[in-house]
Design a protein around this ligand. Structure first.
Ligand SMILES: C[S@@+](CC[C@H](N)C(=O)[O-])C[C@H]1O[C@@H](n2cnc3c(N)ncnc32)[C@H](O)[C@@H]1O
Length: 237
């Protein structure tokens, strides 16, 4: 059984348990109960099947994650599979770095947007979409909770190496990302944190005078400069 099928089965079992009183109650109450379960919990079947199941990184782990990410305020961070945006907002608050999230589930994306708006923080954004299609070319560090399908695969490593700039940091909660050992694994919390640094030297970045926002990249040997089209799609920092 694949991870996806197992997650779906778990979701269906939970839904079955939630629905049980509907069969035991008198017809009117029973129907009302079943309708409530279908509306409130039914979408989770689709969410589980279409994407990784949604689980929030426990608040007690945030400090460790912030330490592992080593973000400075002039850097850019991306939460790959941002869920409801809790972690993203907390990282923005604690580091001052530009924080962006990518979330494939519309409901969670909407919640994350509302959370960011309610926080009043600037330089925190979320986009609806598939993380595998995101432009991460100006991101310094990413976080991923490895329940997203395929994160432990060679294909995911190739994706990160192509999408992220050389020397970018990748922090994975729980799941080691690929065959090689991580540069650092922190086992102090509820689950291990694996820290990887992508090969290559981090290109020097310079602020364009006056904007305080846009970053321009100084060309480094062996790194193809991005095309105009790519640049226009970039996550702006
Ligand atoms: C385990 S949750 C982590 C949520 C959040 N990062 C946190 O740590 O609290 C994984 C999230 O990744 C999202 N996800 C899974 N696959 C995705 C993909 N291909 N593109 C974007 N988001 C994805 C899921 O919808 C889910 O919200």
């Amino acid at each position: 059984m694949t991870a996806r099928q197992r997650d779906l089965l778990q979701t269906l079992v939970v839904l079955g348990v939630l629905a049980t009183p509907g069969w035991l109650l008198p017809p009117t109450w029973g129907l009302a109960w079943l309708a409530a379960v279908a509306v409130l919990a039914g979408p989770s079947v689709w969410l589980t099947w279409s994407h990784a199941p949604f689980v929030v990184t426990p608040a007690s782990e945030v400090e460790r994650i912030v330490t592992a990410l080593r973000l400075s305020p002039d850097e850019s961070f991306c939460d790959l599979g941002a869920g409801d945006g809790q972690l993203l907002v907390e990282i923005r608050r604690r580091t001052g770095a530009r924080c962006h999230g990518i979330e494939a589930t519309p409901l969670l994306y909407a919640v994350a947007r509302m959370r960011i708006a309610a926080s009043g923080l600037d330089r925190a954004t979320v986009q609806l979409g598939d993380l595998y299609r995101a432009d991460l070319s100006e991101v310094d560090a990413v976080y991923v909770w490895g329940t997203a399908y395929g994160v432990g695969t060679e294909a995911f490593r190739q994706f990160l190496e192509q999408a992220l700039p050389p020397g970018a940091r990748v922090v994975s909660y729980h799941t080691p990302l690929w065959g090689e050992p991580a540069q650092h694994t922190d086992t102090r919390g509820l689950r291990p944190l694996h820290v990887y640094i992508l090969p290559g030297t981090r290109p020097t970045e310079q602020r364009e005078p006056g904007t305080g926002a846009e970053l321009s990249r100084v060309e480094v040997a062996g790194v193809e400069p991005a095309s105009e089209a790519t640049q226009s799609k970039r996550l702006r920092v």
